[in-house]
Design a binder for this molecule. Structure first.
Ligand SMILES: *Cc1c(COP(=O)(O)O)cnc(C)c1O
Length: 337
């Protein structure tokens, strides 16, 4: 499917699908960040969504497009996408199967099982899980809902762009945490259709940023995955990417990278100054602002994409203790020190 297959009309349809279920999250100004940036900084609180992340927008929109008689859905994520799909499937009374490799921590799996989904632990890699998911589609007629490279998912995530510009037509820039690019593609599509001169910038962590590496290479490429505070931004974009690579290439004004230390600092600022809890991926835009990776006049909005974090790690970060994630060690730093 070519990029131009998706238009503002698809995002408007998605907005009507999710109305009253996963829309209208708050957009709040941060006086602390505004003061530091020298222009108004607004935070879009997707942390206030059911299941704690924006992914429900895309999942509900994809679910609404299921062919009649489809017995259920399948997906390959135990992160925020898997939770959103499991939640949306339960609301519709549909069977939901989540396929995952044996490498996924049991705590994440338990959260998805608690929503009534079946979790199939298959093999040792994401590829093994993807194969099982494809098999279930063919053998049991389940409908696959991909985490980002899907027209309905992209249109669903794009409703955030509609809400941002409806609330603040004067926005000059939107900073979007970027992984597979469903969110960035959808938001950029909607925002630029409404206000062509707005700047939309993707932000990823500085190791294993698959979309940025792909954009530089001019085609989807594989990257090594590293442990990160922004775990929701890890993973590839798919070598057979159909939509999000081209959309991010054509619609994003820039992609910038932020370090683990700047993510740590941004989580601290958000917690200590705004009393808000958000996962590492969510604060990528704040990290980009605070480190000067992006500079311009505002008003600027960034999306706090989710709040599903490990509380032990979070409390280490905000109280200034060292944090170990896999073989990554993030040095503790007391807030304000
Ligand atoms: C999925 C996710 C992202 C990235 O979205 P993509 O569409 O994959 O770019 C960012 N933040 C959080 C919390 C997420 O769950």
């Amino acid at each position: 499917m070519p990029t131009d297959a998706l238009t503002l009309a698809d995002v408007l349809v998605a907005a009507s699908v999710i109305r009253g279920k996963a829309d209208a999250t708050p957009l709040v100004p941060s006086s602390h960040l505004s003061e530091r940036a020298g222009y108004e900084v607004l935070l879009k609180l997707e942390t206030a969504q059911p299941m704690g992340a924006f992914k429900l927008r895309g999942a509900l929109n994809a679910m609404a497009a299921l062919p009649d008689g489809t017995p259920g859905v399948v997906c390959c994520s135990t992160g925020n996408h898997g939770r959103a799909v499991a939640y949306a499937a339960r609301q519709r009374g549909l069977r939901c199967v989540v396929c995952r490799s044996a490498l996924v921590p049991e705590a994440k799996v338990a959260g998805i099982r608690a929503l009534g989904a079946e979790v199939r632990i298959i093999g040792q890699s994401q590829d093994d899980a993807a194969r099982e998911s494809a098999r279930l589609c063919a053998a049991e007629g389940l409908w696959q809902i991909p985490p980002f490279d899907d027209a309905h998912v992209i249109a669903g995530q794009g409703t955030i762009g509609l809400e941002l510009l409806a609330a603040r037509p004067d926005l000059e820039m939107i900073l979007v945490p970027l992984s597979g690019g469903g969110l960035a593609a959808g938001v950029a599509l909607a925002a630029k259709a409404i206000k062509p001169q707005i700047r939309v910038v993707g932000v990823s962590m500085d190791r294993g940023a698959a979309m940025q590496a792909s954009l530089l290479a001019g085609r989807p490429v594989e990257v090594t995955e590293y442990p990160s505070l922004a775990d929701s931004l890890g993973g590839g974009i798919g070598l057979d990417n159909r939509l999000t690579f081209a959309m991010c290439r054509d619609l994003l004004d820039d992609v910038v990278l932020v370090s683990e230390e700047s993510l740590r600092d941004a989580m601290q600022v958000l917690f200590h100054e705004e009393r808000m809890v958000a996962e590492g991926a969510s604060v990528a835009g704040i990290a980009a602002l605070l480190t000067g990776a992006v500079r311009m006049a505002g008003p600027v909005a960034t999306i706090l994409t989710g709040r599903n974090l490990d509380m032990t790690g979070f409390s280490a970060v905000v109280s200034g203790r060292d944090l170990k994630i896999g073989d990554l060690i993030i040095k503790g730093k007391a807030y304000g020190a």
